[in-house]
Design a protein. Structure first.
Length: 194
């Protein structure tokens, strides 16, 4: 194994030195704080009774910051949105929350993604999906629908690392997050069974 040059930072050092990595950590902290605040406030119903329609903005913001990470918190918020606001508004609010999460991922990962092992992460996707280049709309849309933990986050990392334009990333993410938004809203409103 080749010894590391003194002037060359390691992958970990580069990751820790990036503003994007600290932004990701901040979003995680905000998501956890919001979760505990929501619990202490009595849950989504109590929050809506106290704050009215402002609760939708609070839940969308919480879904956005927690949706950056491959944790089930954003799905729990999606269910709360759907129970509180019904199928159509719940699906819309879920879509908005996950779109904001996707755009935050894109922005924050620009700096941090250089330190990640992209090839290893992409190897977890199914072979049929890996046939498409990362910038292809099929990869961008269908990659978010693959039932793998962190699939949307891996699509975001790969998109930033491969230089996919923000425009293509955004419209593909808009399509890719819609089925999940509608699914969680349908489950919460008894229209679908998981």
């Amino acid at each position: 194994m080749k010894p590391q040059d003194e002037g060359e930072p390691s992958h970990v050092r580069r990751l820790l030195a990036s503003r994007g990595a600290w932004g990701l950590v901040l979003c995680l902290a905000l998501g956890v704080a919001l979760f505990f605040w929501l619990r202490a406030a009595g849950g989504p119903d109590a929050l809506r009774a106290r704050w009215g329609w402002a609760t939708a903005a609070i839940l969308i913001a919480g879904q956005a910051v927690s949706g950056i990470w491959p944790l089930p918190a954003s799905e729990m918020i999606a269910l709360a949105n759907s129970v509180l606001y019904g199928f159509w508004l719940g699906a819309l609010f879920n879509w908005i929350g996950w779109m904001i999460a996707s755009l935050l991922q894109y922005a924050l990962l620009r700096d941090a993604v250089r330190a990640l092992d992209l090839e290893r992460a992409l190897a977890t996707f199914p072979a049929w999906l890996r046939r498409f280049p990362v910038g292809h709309p099929a990869f961008q849309i269908l990659g978010r629908l693959v039932p793998l933990p962190a699939a949307p986050q891996m699509v975001s990392c790969a998109s930033v690392a491969c230089g996919v334009s923000l425009w293509r990333y955004s419209w593909c993410a808009a399509i890719g997050v819609a089925p999940g938004a509608m699914f969680f809203s349908g489950v919460a409103n008894g229209l679908l069974s998981p």
